[in-house]
Design a binder for this molecule. Sequence first.
Ligand code: GLA
Length: 387
Amino acid sequence: MKEKLVSKFEELYGNNGKINTYFAPGRVNLIGEHTDYNGGHVFPCALTMGTYAVARKREDNKLRFYSINFEKLGVLESNIDELKYNKNEDWINYPKGMIWSMKDEGYKINTGFDILFYGTIPNGAGLSSSASIEVLTGFVIKDLFDLDIDMTKLALLGQKAENKYVGVNCGIMDQFAIANGKKNYAIFLDTSDLKYEYAPVELDGIKVVIMNTNKKRGLGDSKYNERRSECEEALSELKEKLKINSLGELTEQEFEENKYLIKSEIRQKRAKHAVYENQRTIKAVEALKNNDINLLGKLMIDSHNSLKDDYEVTGVELDTIVEESLKQEGTIGARMTGAGFGGCAVSLVKANKVDDFIKNVGENYKNKIGYEASFYAVEIGNGPIKI
Ligand code: GLA
């Protein structure tokens, strides 16, 4: 892979100077959805699918970007002094946003660079292809300019790029999971203070299967920001009586006793999801530690139902694929993953049933929805590396 990418880089940009190659993963969230901007817990892991970059420093201020995934767009040029969001520039807003974010925090990026990307994560599918590019760009810059930045800071800079440059009010989960990924471990992260612990995912005889509905979603055009404001409003209503900083501080019982403070039924449902999903995530990690896989599976199913009925971020494609997967012998649990509104679902499936699972769910999904789904039996991988 490395040779192929470097040779494409040389073909585009010439072969002089020191050329470096890097990789950053994508991520899948096992449970804890739409909790990261509510001060709750999440439980994602990095994947071995991800984004590669080949890069070389320049002597002037020019930036040149190219992606093998978007060949038709060709090489796009910019400048380290002209970093402004441009809708027509498509995917380049992610690396540019990251450069902007780092410069804005005072990191010395004093020349431009040439960069080539190649991603193996499906785009817009809820596996964080954009956060992967952001964190990867930060990792490349850290190396090229010899900057002292730890991985959590890199994640925060990526989130800032997404919030302030791209305009999506996302939480910290994606960038954090990518920056701090560890092979065969999921990350149990408390988003209220960024304390985290690695939990081994030793699923004897069980595979993590990602199911892509192939219904594309763009976070920007989705109802993501709207859900976030609904939760913020519900929190401020609860604060009239409760001394809390986030919905993640409440237990189910505290929520039930105080939900009358939230004046709209919709906001009550949104807040209920945030509170219950956070508690489910804590229970799920406990279940995994106790090797209680069936309880973990049940919590995943409850999570999906809550995202469907209370948070209303699923849609017919995600509901169908989860429903069909739960009909299969050998399925332990399944739920949508990521922001929702399309994209991917994640399931735990007995390893010896994976082939039947993919065949049956694939056929039934196509019959009901009219187009094909894609399936990936995935491995949990490491965070960013220089290769
Ligand atoms: C997207 C966001 C994350 C998180 C999830 C939902 O992936 O980028 O911050 O909010 O949606 O859990």
